[in-house]
Design a protein. Structure first.
Length: 103
């Protein structure tokens, strides 16, 4: 399966208004059994925070690389995560770089 990555600006609108969801379950319940969480909270993430999933560096403002697991995810613009240039080549050496005209 071919993976893809695309360079993009960290100021792109899709990085605005982010939230992080925190969930927990009481024993013996679990998300794998389809049980609802006992506790759930959402934390707003500032627009000025776009972290590399490899080295945890804040890439804002600047550029990042959006990684897509396959062609279908690329075409549907469902990115896996974002990485800095060093981490994208380190962790995805066989991934193919694309630009906006490739999909």
């Amino acid at each position: 399966m071919t993976m893809y990555y695309k360079k993009m600006a960290t100021t792109d609108p899709r990085f605005k208004g982010k939230t992080q969801t925190i969930q927990s379950w009481d024993w013996p319940h679990s998300p794998w059994d389809g049980d609802p969480p006992a506790y759930q909270s959402q934390i707003s993430v500032p627009d000025e925070v776009v972290l590399c999933n490899g080295c945890n560096t804040n890439l804002w403002p600047g550029e990042c690389y959006a990684v897509y697991l396959d062609r279908q995810h690329l075409e549907q613009r469902q990115m896996y995560d974002v990485y800095c240039g060093g981490c994208v080549t380190k962790y995805f050496p066989k991934a193919r770089e694309v630009d906006t005209f490739d999909f």
